[in-house]
Unconditional design. Structure first.
Lengths: 291, 179
């Protein structure tokens, strides 16, 4: 399969890239890893008039932690998440996802920024960012602005990013004492999108109760889903089995999957319930230092 | 180093094409290619390096795996223009001075192939895996090649082939830092 013709630009600065994007008035697409974009162009699902390759812009690929945030540059490869010691120690949810996205070779090319702003409900990182209450930094002609991940996903392939904006960074709040997180993906085989996947980030208080929790769901609706009712229900709870089970049911209710070759609707919703329960338990164990 | 110029036989306007410089198996290449030319088509049809196979053409199967700056990529889902300035290694580049690469030797000795279609991609994934982790466990090998599918399901011998290569790789030459 051969993609349709397009103009190709390889800018060497972010301003140049934003200028090109602005000038093409919605006809251009940003090319990062290309793992979704090139595949979709080959299938003629998208036919952009121009590609703006941001891989040659220096300073867009990094993992940096300061007192408040883990900062992840847009062209950081998804394998870098799985390979990073800082991520493994303090952001295990991203380490999990960094080993579950597609396969190792796709992860050499696929980027964090692309995974986050492509807007496919099957992408793995969006649910993690919803659970983590992450922030996204977008740059447009008027400068940078920060968006909440929980307000970013509007519909399938539709995000809050303006046509002349580029996602430049993902900011993950640095976890405090008692934090634990996990991402669990049910997939038919390596490289498939999730049948269902659940992201959990939580913090346990001194008494062992749940101070804060975020639950995100992958590929069981038109976008990644923040399971708000389930997350709010668990806040302040002790984390007893019955409470975890109730939260898992609420998470399943938040899902609105469609039937496909990965299973019927009822099955997928039940898988959200089962995997929510397991992933909550895994995150609590990690918060307690049990691995 | 010799430069081989390869020019695309193309009638499309120049805004849809570009001149790239890349090194393939140690040979510097200057080529004018369509922006949309996939790396696998450049390798197979422009350079006639047909060792790299096209399997699923959708980045699932890994038959088209090559190394770009030492890392595996699925060349069916990478544009040639994205490889501008980079070092590309294909299966044809594994043999040195008439001697098979330890991975190639492993696939021969341990019968790591049946129909052979996945083999070039499988070997490139193996080379990258062993460069990063010279003594992988079986689990690490299986994860390392999980982006490469063998429709003959010959994985048992493929794993053995990689174990053979790990056990029989020559020690790094003195002073190279073991790269």
């Amino acid at each position: 399969m051969i993609p349709p013709n397009f103009e190709y630009y390889a800018p060497s600065s972010l301003n140049e890239a934003i200028g090109l994007l602005d000038q093409h008035q919605g006809e251009a697409k940003i090319l990062a890893g290309g793992m979704s974009l090139i595949a979709m162009m080959k299938l003629r699902l998208v036919e952009p008039g121009a590609l703006i390759d941001i891989n040659r812009i220096p300073g867009l690929s990094y993992l940096k932690e300061d007192a408040q945030f883990l900062h992840i540059g847009a062209t950081t490869r998804t394998n870098d998440l799985g390979d990073s010691d800082v991520v493994r120690m303090r952001y295990p949810i991203l380490s999990d996802a960094g080993r579950e996205i597609a396969d190792p070779t796709v992860r050499n090319m696929g980027t964090v920024g692309g995974n986050v702003c492509h807007g496919d409900p099957g992408n793995d990182l969006p649910a993690c960012l919803l659970a983590l209450d992450a922030q996204l930094v977008a740059q447009g002609p008027k400068g940078p602005r920060t968006l909440a991940a929980r307000e970013f996903y509007q519909d399938t392939f539709v995000t809050a990013l303006a046509p002349n904006e580029i996602l430049t960074e993902v900011k993950i709040p640095r976890p405090g004492t008692g934090a634990g997180s996990a991402y669990s993906k049910m997939e038919r085989k390596v490289g498939d999108f999730a049948t269902a996947a659940v992201a959990v980030a939580l913090t346990l208080g001194k008494s062992g109760g749940i101070d804060a929790v975020g639950i995100g769901l992958t590929n069981v609706g038109p976008t990644a889903i923040y399971a708000r009712a389930a997350s709010e229900f668990l806040k302040g709870k002790a984390g007893a089995d019955a409470e975890i089970a109730k939260a898992a049911e609420l998470a399943a209710e938040a899902a609105s999957p469609v039937a496909d070759n990965r299973g019927p609707v009822e099955f997928k919703k039940d898988m959200v319930r089962v995997w929510s329960r397991r992933t909550l338990r895994r995150a609590i164990d990690r918060a307690k230092g049990v691995h | 180093m010799a430069i081989d110029a390869v020019t695309a036989k193309s009638s499309v306007p120049s805004s849809f094409s570009r001149t790239v410089h890349l090194t393939v198996n140690g040979v510097a290449r200057e080529s004018t290619v369509e922006n949309r030319l996939l790396l696998v088509h450049y390798l197979r049809e422009h350079l006639r390096l047909t060792g790299t196979h096209i399997g699923c053409d959708t980045s699932h199967c890994g038959a088209c795996t090559v190394l770009v700056d030492g890392k595996t990529v699925k060349s069916c889902t990478m544009l040639t223009v994205m490889a501008d300035g980079k070092q590309v290694t294909t299966v044809e580049g594994l043999e040195t001075a008439g001697k098979l690469h330890p991975v190639q030797e492993g696939f021969t000795k341990e019968h790591g192939l049946q129909c052979g279609f996945c083999t070039p991609g499988m070997m490139m994934a193996s080379v990258a895996l062993l460069a990063k982790n010279p003594h992988p466990t079986e689990d690490e090998i299986r994860r390392g090649i999980s982006g490469n599918l063998c429709r003959c399901t010959g994985y048992v011998n493929i794993v053995k082939a990689i174990q053979y290569a790990a056990a029989n790789a020559p020690p790094p030459a003195a002073g190279t830092g073991g790269a």
